[in-house]
Design a protein around this ligand. Structure first.
Ligand code: AMP
Length: 170
């Protein structure tokens, strides 16, 4: 299993001054890099998973690949106003202002074991809001898998009750 950090490109001051943006597009051009990344984010063999929940928008790239590898469903969490059927919504604080995400009411059944996936764990606010949605529908979060954990932002502290896997740490 290989972690090739050159596949993650850091773009300074994007999308605004002070942000060190982690660009995964070099990783996406590398089929072996994608395979290795998926392996590193998968749960242990004994962990049952009924569905992978991916967060818009970069959680939609590896999320379905994780679901394929686990032979289970993929469920999208989207920004407010994008999902067409009945939804449950959750708002959370951003550095400036707030955001709202939604999930379809019929996407998860009570008792379902869920793998939550996003590209980057930064402050953890997005993942924590997604967990609230999953649990409100009766789902059980068995693993949170990220391509990248930004250790210095301490996102882990917000989701400390849940196991975490990542392919890269910065
Ligand atoms: P947070 O809620 O702070 O953990 O932020 C996580 C979300 O913001 C993820 O969906 C990421 O796509 C995005 N994000 C936050 N920080 C970065 C970063 N430095 N580089 C790329 N994406 C980021």
């Amino acid at each position: 299993m290989k972690q090739d950090k050159t596949l993650i490109r850091t773009i300074a001051d994007f999308p605004k001054p002070g942000i060190q943006f982690k660009d995964i597009t070099p990783l996406l051009k590398n089929p072996q890099g994608i395979k290795d990344c998926i392996e590193l984010m998968l749960p242990d063999a004994h962990t049952a998973v009924d569905c992978v929940v991916g967060i818009e928008s970069r959680g939609f790239i590896m999320g379905p690949l994780l679901a394929q590898a686990l032979n289970c469903a993929f469920v999208p969490i989207r920004k407010k106003g994008k999902l067409p059927h009945q939804t449950l919504e959750q708002s959370y604080d951003l550095e400036y202002g707030s955001a709202t995400i939604e999930i379809h009411l019929d996407s998860i059944k009570p008792g379902d074991c869920v793998l939550l996936h996003d590209d980057v764990l930064a402050t953890g606010g997005t993942a924590a809001a997604a967990i609230k949605l999953i649990e409100a529908l009766g789902g059980k979060v068995v693993l949170c898998s990220f391509i990248i954990e930004l250790v210095g932002l301490k996102g882990r502290d917000l989701i400390q009750d849940y196991p975490i896997k990542f392919a890269y740490q910065f």
